[in-house]
Ligand binder design. Structure first.
Ligand code: BDR
Ligand code: CA
Length: 315
């Protein structure tokens, strides 16, 4: 069997139900060098608090660095309609005892990648912090292994017919990142809609709730998913939810369960109907500009779900 070394990552996130689960996957399958937070699903103070609470629950010492409170040009918009006002509605949140390691996520990203090369940036919120880092330090893209993004889509959107939340929330930042020259892997909605949780997954987590292996983390995730399924039932008519953000972690840790296609991707900044769309060029190589993104098209959902479930425990 092929031996893979554990990838080192910085996880840039806006927890967020699926972000919380992505932190768990990252804690299990990566060397999680740091977590950086951004305004997105909820305002920055809340996404930072939520990231700290998840590290507390997991019992991991990963530093959390707070980042940008506002997008590059757009007003800050949040997703309380999905994640609740707190960003992590559902479980009773324990009191926060931890503090952010700094309030300068961009400095953390630039400095850390100067001391250690080949770190993956896994970006699962709006791309504001990553864009600031690339603009401050353009050589960053040559020092990192790549940027694995949950964002965009080859076709369907979720906040508009064609725009996905993370790109839509800060399209100017996404544009900077997609043009940066970095190796980019993109898990868009076309991919993440293949990895769905349902109430059978919640039942599996609740069955584990008393088990030592599950500890407090399994009931916490069960309550998160229960809430999310309720929101989806109201918004989309189905008690099922896509685990978007975990896909961007798995694209680094388990690329063998994906299929990717190299494509040219640009972000639409102006269109009245299409602002925030990722325009994926699917023409033949002879017609399309040179690819800048490894676009994820397929994932093995059964294997991916078992990997997710195996990461839901205290450390
Ligand atoms: C993305 O938006 C957020 O609501 C989720 O956390 C995910 O990162 C999906 O569009
Ligand atoms: Ca997110």
């Amino acid at each position: 069997m092929e031996l893979r070394s554990t990838p080192a990552i910085i996880l840039d996130c806006d927890p967020g139900h699926d972000d919380a689960i992505a932190i768990m996957l990252a804690a299990q399958f990566t060397r999680l060098v740091g977590i950086t937070t951004v305004s997105g699903n909820a305002p920055l103070e809340l996404t930072t608090r939520n990231a700290l609470i998840v590290t507390q629950l997991l019992g991991i010492e990963t530093p959390v660095h707070q980042g940008a409170a506002h997008p590059l040009a757009a007003p800050a918009l949040h997703a309380a309609i999905v994640h609740g006002e707190s960003g992590l509605e559902g479980p009773v949140l324990p009191p926060l005892v931890r503090k952010p390691a700094s309030r300068d996520a961009v400095a953390f990203i630039c400095d850390t990648t100067r001391h250690e090369t080949d770190i993956w940036l896994v970006a699962i919120g709006p791309l504001t912090n990553i864009a600031h880092a690339v603009e401050k330090d353009p050589d960053l893209v040559n020092r990192i292994a790549g940027i694995s993004i949950m964002g965009g889509s080859t076709h369907v959107g979720n906040v508009s017919p064609v725009a996905e939340f993370n790109v839509w929330a800060d399209p100017e930042a996404a544009d900077v990142v997609f043009r940066s020259g970095a190796t980019i892997r993109m898990c868009g909605l076309n991919l993440t809609h293949q990895l769905m949780t349902d109430d059978a997954i919640v039942a599996r987590l609740r069955d584990r709730s008393d088990a030592v292996a599950g500890g407090v983390v399994a009931p916490f995730v069960a309550a998160l998913l229960d809430y999310l399924h309720g929101r989806m039932a109201e918004l989309r008519g189905e008690r099922r939810a896509a685990l978007h953000d975990p896909c961007a972690v798995l694209a680094v840790t388990h690329p063998q369960i994906f299929s990717f296609g190299d494509r040219h991707v640009q972000v639409e900044l102006d269109g009245e109907l299409t602002r925030g769309m990722t325009v994926v060029d699917e023409r033949s190589a002879k017609d399309a500009p040179a690819p800048n993104v490894e676009v994820a098209y397929e994932i093995d959902p059964a294997v991916a779900m078992e990997l997710v479930l195996s990461s839901i425990h205290e450390h």
